[in-house]
Write a new protein. Structure first.
Length: 225
């Protein structure tokens, strides 16, 4: 058994050489079949160059927009449309003579207006304030009753006198007119008393004293003496 496992040194050298040749042939085949495998190309540096840009043109101004109220004018001319022809009334045909009838009434005369008169413009009238009548002055109320006439007193007669008096701006009586009286004696006594003793607050118009007329009644009674 030991004699079979022994291999002489010459046979080992031949086997190693054959193995080396086989491996070399395989590697050479691979290299020829793929010639680029294992070759490293050097890196290339990318060279760049700045190209100037063209200048930017200025922005165009905005075009004016048409206003809403402006009508849009069409470039194409509008077709001409003739206006409609209104029908003319036909005149009735009058047969007979062209002379006018003789029984027509004569034409009416045209009135002559005459010269035109221009009236002047009316000036506005001032507003008339109301008149506030005169009233008896209470300070002289005790001097109102006239003196009783002696003749009427002896006759035991009563009397009534109605007079119309004119009162001045100072409150004094300027005129006395008889309206009615029982007797002339009663009127005379009333007239003297009115001109000498009667006093009034004068009538006014807008705080301005005015002359005025007033009717007064005086009574004579014996029982009040």
């Amino acid at each position: 058994m030991q004699a079979d496992r022994y291999t002489p040194p010459k046979s080992r050298t031949v086997s190693f050489g054959a193995a080396f040749l086989i491996n070399g042939a395989i590697i050479a085949g691979l290299m020829f079949s793929a010639p680029h495998i294992g070759l490293i190309e050097p890196e290339k540096v990318l060279e760049t160059e700045n190209i100037p840009l063209p200048p930017v043109p200025p922005p165009e101004p905005p075009k004016p927009q048409p206003k809403l109220e402006d009508p849009v004018v069409s470039q194409a001319p509008l077709p001409y449309i003739p206006p409609p022809i209104a029908p003319q009334p036909t005149q009735p045909v009058i047969e007979g003579s062209a002379e006018l009838p003789r029984d027509l009434p004569p034409p009416l005369p045209v009135p002559n207006p005459g010269p035109t008169t221009i009236l002047p413009a009316e000036t506005p009238r001032p507003v008339l304030l109301p008149l506030i009548g005169a009233t008896q002055d209470p300070r002289y109320a005790g001097d109102f009753q006239p003196e009783y006439p002696s003749g009427e007193l002896r006759a035991q007669r009563d009397g009534v006198v109605v007079v119309r008096i004119r009162i001045g701006t100072d409150g004094r009586v300027k005129e006395v007119h008889q309206v009615s009286a029982t007797s002339p004696a009663f009127f005379e006594a009333t007239r003297r008393q009115a001109l000498s003793k009667w006093r009034f607050k004068p009538a006014t118009r807008g705080d301005v004293p005015q002359e005025s007329w007033k009717q007064i009644t005086a009574r004579f009674q014996i029982e009040n003496l």
